[in-house]
Ligand binder design. Structure first.
Ligand SMILES: [Zn+2]
Length: 196
């Protein structure tokens, strides 16, 4: 993996520097970094590692809270400075088409974990080597991580990063995603505060 390009990108959250990382210039699914402000390595850096969710991030799907989490994190990053790493691991690593197949199974009554199992995938296929590469590229060691996911914290700690603080990214639940969020909390161990 290498840095392919960096350029300025004004966004609805504010000015950013966007960088693309991948294997080759024709990379179809580069990992992306949005950098808000200057990175001050003398202090822990505010970081959001956001896994791609096309339906949530682009279409504002209400089946999950990804779009809201992306928006909340970028707003905070714009205020405080830091980076968003946009990890191209759609559907916890099973890809968009399989994620949509899982949605179809969920319409038949399965939860998100059962649906993945039914399709022959583990519940979680995400890995963090590329994220680690990117953090190393920026020289970031001490991190204030915006996440609800203990697995993500563990993965980054195991890769040698210091997670000095966890910042919750709590999106509002709604009728369509409340069951999904409960599965995330109860089956996948996410730290979520849900109204019952
Ligand atoms: Zn999503």
């Amino acid at each position: 993996m290498k840095l392919l390009v960096s350029t300025s990108l004004p966004t609805r959250w504010g000015p950013t520097l966007i960088s693309a990382f991948g294997e080759k210039e024709t990379e179809v699914c580069p990992y992306l970094v949005l950098q808000f402000g200057e990175i001050d390595l003398s202090h822990p850096v505010l970081v959001r590692v956001h896994s791609e969710c096309f339906t949530g991030d682009v279409f504002g799907s209400r089946k999950c809270e990804c779009g809201d989490q992306l928006d909340l994190s970028c707003r905070q990053l714009a205020e405080e400075g830091g980076i968003l790493i946009y990890a191209r691991q759609e559907g916890r690593g099973i890809g968009l088409v399989n994620k949509l197949k899982a949605y179809r199974l969920q319409d038949q009554g399965m939860d998100t974990a059962q649906a993945n199992t039914e399709l022959g995938f583990p519940v979680e296929m995400r890995t963090y080597e590329k994220v680690a590469f990117i953090l190393d590229h920026f020289g970031i060691k001490d991190i204030r991580l915006m996440t609800n996911n203990p697995e993500k914290i563990k993965a980054l700690k195991d890769s040698g990063f210091n997670i000095v603080e966890r910042i919750p990214v709590q999106a509002e639940s709604c009728t369509f995603n409340v069951e999904y969020l409960k599965t995330k909390r109860d089956v996948m161990g996410h730290l979520l505060d849900l109204e019952e």
